[in-house]
Design a protein around this ligand. Structure first.
Ligand code: GRF
Length: 205
């Protein structure tokens, strides 16, 4: 039996990836437990989803802190208090400072709706459609101090159709995000993920 990995999930909005993680745990597909959900947005739907499932969820107001680093350290302190061992960014729309990342070295992952290193940053699906690529997809990666630049753990391709809009493409990519993110968390929970520099190796067994 793999051990139960205590997760912290950082969110800013809709929370569909959070929902996918919750579903995987509830269905017994993911040996993890969500100890805490934190949001930088008071009205985030993700907070309501967490509450509906009895998961501790808090809004932490960035305006209550003098600068980015002190805000990030407050988040890190809450996560540590809650016993979190892996931090999952699921639609968290802020860049985490090195001060935060030092508290969780190689213990922070993010889901991005493009095949990195293509189309980092915001509106990745719009960037893909406007650039005219034929294939996009989603990426789960470890978070470093850059914008969507950390070591890549896994990617899933999604074909861009001629009649795609950013919205239709986003919807098809999202379906893959909901499969990929819980799966990668499971690999980590099972101790199958190894990082060497920029390269990430997943033991398949
Ligand atoms: C997802 O597309 C994710 O890849 C990106 O932000 C979006 C979050 O959606 N980082 P949700 O809040 O999980 O529904």
């Amino acid at each position: 039996m793999p051990r139960i990995l205590p997760l912290g999930v950082l969110v800013s909005g809709r929370g569909s990836n959070l929902e996918a993680i919750i579903r995987a745990i509830e269905e017994g597909r993911l040996p993890a437990r969500i100890n805490l959900v934190l949001s930088n947005k008071k009205e985030a739907r993700a907070l309501k989803i967490a509450a509906q499932h009895g998961i501790p969820a808090e809004f932490v107001d960035p305006k209550a802190y003098p600068d980015r680093e002190s805000y990030d350290l407050a988040l890190a302190a809450r996560l540590k208090e809650a016993g979190v061992e892996l931090v999952v960014l699921a639609g968290f729309m802020r860049i985490l400072s090195p001060a935060f990342l030092e508290q969780f070295p190689l213990k922070v992952i993010n889901i991005h709706p493009a095949l990195l290193p293509a189309f980092p940053g915001v509106e990745a699906q719009r960037q893909a459609v406007e650039y005219g690529v034929k294939i996009s997809g989603c990426t789960v990666h470890f978070v470093d101090a850059g914008v969507d630049t950390g070591p890549i753990i896994a990617q899933v391709p999604v074909t861009v159709e001629d009649n795609d809009t950013p919205e239709t493409l986003a919807q098809r990519i999202l379906e893959q995000e909901h499969r990929l993110l819980p799966e990668v968390i499971r690999w980590i929970a099972e101790g199958r993920v190894m990082v060497k520099g920029r390269r990430v190796y997943v033991r398949r067994d």
